[in-house]
Ligand binder design. Structure first.
Ligand code: NAP
Length: 242
């Protein structure tokens, strides 16, 4: 029996990188998946047209996130798993960061995760079953210079996850978070080489992680393997900043 047989999952920011790897892992384990992204691209074809759908969605818009969840229910009948993964970076020191860059990062990560968590949990409460996985970051645990916006948003996702877990546990809904470290994706490969090297030096396992290694942990939290876990944060970091 596959881990997500018969389940329907929604993954935001699922057109590439970690989100696409999560969607692929879910499909491999029997789920039908709806990906939401600013540009869904070829996600549906990559994942398989029978078991996947891809919808244009800006997670900062409640109407878009609501429509994404509606698409999952219309196409596949329910929403059993919600992964709030969409993200951006707008790095700069506080001296140089614009207010717009601060607001945009908070809006995509924190408000986007809030929309996804509250709207998906409303559906899951009715079903008396569901698992929500929020993608935070190691940056939200330790705070990274040049990322006051991103660190604040990613730390905020941990508080949001715990509060939502407390509100929804009695209805059979679990809410957990993942804090990835340095993962090889379009977001990080664009980084200047000296910044990459500096981060690599901090990793006890001496390598960057692959999107599939985050996806496997998302699969664990999405599935019944983690049936007695809620409000937790799992680090996928190769031991960095343990
Ligand atoms: P990525 O390759 O840049 O993928 C992020 C995806 O989110 C992109 O497809 C992007 O679309 C989409 N997105 C951005 N803004 C959106 C919005 N408003 N609504 C819907 N979709 C939106 O990044 P990644 O590395 O896979 O990151 C995935 C998540 O993991 C993010 O939350 C990130 O903060 C977190 N994370 C990553 C790492 C890492 O080392 N890679 C470490 C810790 C945490 P566009 O390309 O069209 O903008």
């Amino acid at each position: 029996m596959s881990l997500l047989e018969g389940r329907v999952a929604v993954v935001t920011g699922g057109a590439q990188g970690i989100g696409l790897a999560i969607a692929a892992a879910f499909v491999r384990e029997g789920a039908r998946v709806v990906v939401g992204d600013l540009d869904p691209g070829t996600a549906r074809e990559t994942l398989g047209s029978e078991v996947a759908r891809a919808v244009r969605c800006d997670v900062t818009s409640a109407a878009d996130v609501s429509a994404l969840l509606d698409a999952a229910r219309t196409e596949f009948g329910s929403v059993d798993v919600m992964v709030n993964n969409a993200g951006i970076t707008r790095d700069a020191t506080m001296r140089k960061m614009s207010e717009e860059d601060f607001d945009q990062v908070i809006s995509v990560h924190l408000k986007g995760t809030w929309h996804g968590t509250r709207l998906a949990s409303a559906i899951m409460r009715e079903q008396q079953r569901g698992s929500i996985v929020n993608i935070s970051s190691l940056s939200g645990k330790v705070g990274m210079a040049g990322q006051t916006n991103y660190s604040a948003a990613k730390a905020g996702i941990i508080g949001l996850t715990k509060a939502a877990a407390k509100e929804t546990a009695r209805y059979g809904v679990r809410v957990n978070a993942i804090q990835p470290g340095l993962i090889r994706s379009p977001m990080t490969t664009a980084m200047p080489q000296h910044v990459w090297d500096q981060k690599m030096a901090e990793i006890p396992m001496t390598r960057a992680g692959e999107p599939e290694e985050v996806a496997n942990v998302a699969l664990f939290l999405a599935s019944d393997l983690s049936s007695y876990m809620t409000g937790t944060t799992l680090e996928v970091t190769g031991g960095r900043f343990m």
